[in-house]
Design a protein around this ligand. Sequence first.
Ligand SMILES: [Mn+2]
Length: 266
Amino acid sequence: MSTYVISDIHGCYEEFLRMLKKINFSDADSLIVAGDSIERGGHSFEMLKWIESCPANVQIIRGNHEEEFAACIDLMVWLDEKEGLETDYCSNKETEALYSSVKYFFKNQGEAGLYFDLYGTINTLVNHSGVTLEELCRWRKMIRNMPYYKELTVGDRDCVVVHAGYAPKFEDVAALFSRLEDFYLYAREESFQLGGKRHGMVIAGHTPTISKGTFAYNQGKVFRHYEKEKDCVFYDIDCGCVFRNKNPDAGLACIRLEDETIFYIK
Ligand SMILES: [Mn+2]
């Protein structure tokens, strides 16, 4: 029985399934997906469907892309109500029309409008996969039920799995972040500079290890950092899978926590 962690799948559904096969994932094991399962890549629909019916031994954590996706659905519902559009939640055609209205509305809102469906995820879901507002709202609810992190003990170490960074309390990060939740979702090198778990291990993603010039750059291999002062092992396991077409170093990584073995789909 093993515990696996995968992060930043970003709609790379096929690579994700190949990874499950590679690690021989079974009912006796458990899997934690550390956020950003959707957006950027082409198969957010398949990922959302998979997450929705995933088995009990799988725990899905919230990433900034899930958070932002849910916020965009808020905007669709908000405009529908504000303008009295009375969109039929069960109609794909009416959801398409609402999407166009929201796009049009934000086109005239300057910079703030740029962030509505920045990656075209909702556009693809609605216009190509026939998704309705009802389904979007169901996924929004599912996302808001996802925890920001998961704590577990492996061997003699307390582990925390989180999308970007973990800190025990807000005061630790208050100099740079306005909410502790933002640290969970957006921390970069602050993850081990400000955060961490004493005598523990933090497993995160968020910063692709293919990005030259960033703290985690490791030619597409998992980045491991040991913070002596806290006796904390820090892992960044985002190996930039969604950039595989552009970067031969990129891939999907998975870590088995019991022995820190890393698996790759390249
Ligand atoms: Mn992220």
